[in-house]
Write a protein that binds this ligand. Sequence first.
Ligand SMILES: [Zn+2]
Length: 399
Amino acid sequence: MTLPTDPAANLAALIRCPSVTPIEGGALSTLEKMLKPLGFSVERPVFSDDGTPDIENFYARRSGNGPHLMFAGHTDVVPVGDEASWTHPPFAAEIAKGEMFGRGAVDMKGGIACFIAAVARHLGSKGGLKGSVSLLITGDEEGPAINGTTKLLEWAAAKGEKWDASIVGEPTNPDALGDMIKIGRRGSLSGSITVNGRQGHAAYPQLADNPVRGLMTLVEALLHPVFDNGTKDFQPTNLEVTSIDVGNPATNVIPAKAMATFNIRFNDTWTAETIQAEIHNRLDKAAKRKKYRAGKTTPVDYELVWRDRPSHVFLTRDDRLIEALSGSVKAVIGRKPALSTSGGTSDARFIKDYCPVVEFGLVGKTMHMVDERVALAELETLTQIYQRFIEDWFEQGAS
Ligand SMILES: [Zn+2]
């Protein structure tokens, strides 16, 4: 029996499973085939919820005496887009000029392929592990993420699973392997503001109440002043107005309603609750301003609705975990990675409620793009980094 020590072979097998969310596509069965010969026990719970597709998830554990390391990731991939634009078919894992093409190559079947190869090599050379390793893999990261990591964590914890640390294999490196380890993430919140005015003739504004004036006043208060100047670990909190909608086709009519939506990425100066309170406060104050609404006696009539669940900000402070990983990067490629909290949210925001978590994977440049691909040399290097990390992290845990 051949063990899954070759990350390129592992990745090719995974890419050939067309697992576009919510379809399993054979990807989890492929993982199961790789992990069982390495002594992992495998479970594949299916989660459902109203209005979202059922999702198959995956939890594999190899038990041993000592600390418990969890590798987390997802086998689902985003759609291929215009298939005709791909230089090589998106589910064929073809190799050209030292690169493997395929949807999920970097986001993030590649990370999983390398981690499994690293475990297989470690077991091959050491014969065992000084603790437990598990793989917590969802098929619902790129989709609604309702039947994915959150439920999988709850399900595993309810069975008594406990972890000492987690590494998420998402593509964290902007340009080259070893650039960046993510040790936290900003929080994220979205909201919509609707301003109710009074419709009327553009020539008789005194008889109407133009909601665009009110909306301008409110939006201005969200954009200025800045929320903060950043912290030691985080960039400044930033709010983007993502849409302004009036939907008024007539040039001589003052509309009755105007809407804006925004998204805010906030740092550890705030919690989701305090940033919400700050935004409410700014809007309430601004509603009374007369700058664009001279002569109006009532404040801007508005409603604010928060969209979706907030993503909470977090920062991992487990020095042993961070040191083991950044030390492994240094040992393999000769330079220390930056410790960053930049970028979008990831499933690490759910894992952080269970154990310290860091993220490190491939280079993200081609993720979600046509011709997503990864250099074979990079797969080999990431495998070596993961292997070194497994060795060092357990070594320290055992001492
Ligand atoms: Zn991903």
